[in-house]
Write a protein that binds this ligand. Structure first.
Ligand code: C5P
Ligand code: MG
Length: 191
């Protein structure tokens, strides 16, 4: 199996590039943010709980997020691999993912981080907010909070996989095509 963690701050292009990777490698794209938005759109209990965090740019508790991720993986066992987008966002989520995959005799192949600077991220997210309908993309204060959470709670996940030589960083600035070429290079090296 080819299991890729597509990593990087909000607005770094994970969703866009995940769609390209799905076509190229035939993987299943799992975006925990999209899963939460689906639940919120349907006003499910999970959606309502998630909304109280997402609307402030905070992280949904690990237990909730991990449970949702496992359900999605278990519902789709017959795939060549997964692209994890927006997960894991904490060390606890990374540890859970590792043991969950180990139970299935597989593992994370590589973590690829899209490197984009903060000013560019704020610009991209505010711009995305014009059409995404996402309340958390429309407010600069929430965006800054999301970047802060990324730096304080999520960035360590890069080091966690770096310790086992699975992390790679690529430049996330420039054209979508150029970034995709770099991404393919990093994944093909890790395979
Ligand atoms: O991944 P994305 O940026 O779409 O996530 C949107 C929001 O969903 C995050 O800002 C956060 O509030 C929540 N989220 C989370 N834990 C994750 C993924 C997303 O709390 N693993
Ligand atoms: Mg996304």
């Amino acid at each position: 199996m080819l299991n890729i963690i597509l990593f990087g701050p909000p607005g770094s292009g994970k969703g866009t590039q995940a769609n390209n990777l799905v076509d190229h490698y035939g993987l299943l794209h799992i975006s925990t943010g999209d899963l939460f938005r689906y639940e919120m759109g349907n006003n499910t209990p999970l959606g309502l709980e998630a909304k109280s965090y997402i609307s402030k740019g905070e992280l949904v508790p690990d237990k909730v997020t991990i449970g949702m991720l496992k359900n999605k993986v278990d519902a789709n066992p017959d795939v060549k691999g997964y692209i994890f987008d927006g997960f894991p966002r904490t060390i606890a989520q990374a540890e859970s993912l590792d043991s969950f995959l180990a139970e299935k005799d597989c593992e994370v192949t590589a973590l690829v981080a899209l490197d984009v600077d903060d000013d560019e991220i704020v610009k991209r997210l505010l711009n995305r907010g014009l059409t995404s309908g996402r309340a958390d993309d429309n407010d600069e204060e929430i965006i800054r909070n999301r970047i802060g959470v990324y730096n304080n709670e999520t960035a360590q996940v890069y080091d966690y996989y770096d310790k086992v030589d699975k992390s790679t960083k690529i430049a996330g600035m420039g054209s979508i095509e150029d970034i995709f070429d770099r991404l393919k290079g990093a994944i093909d090296d890790a395979k």
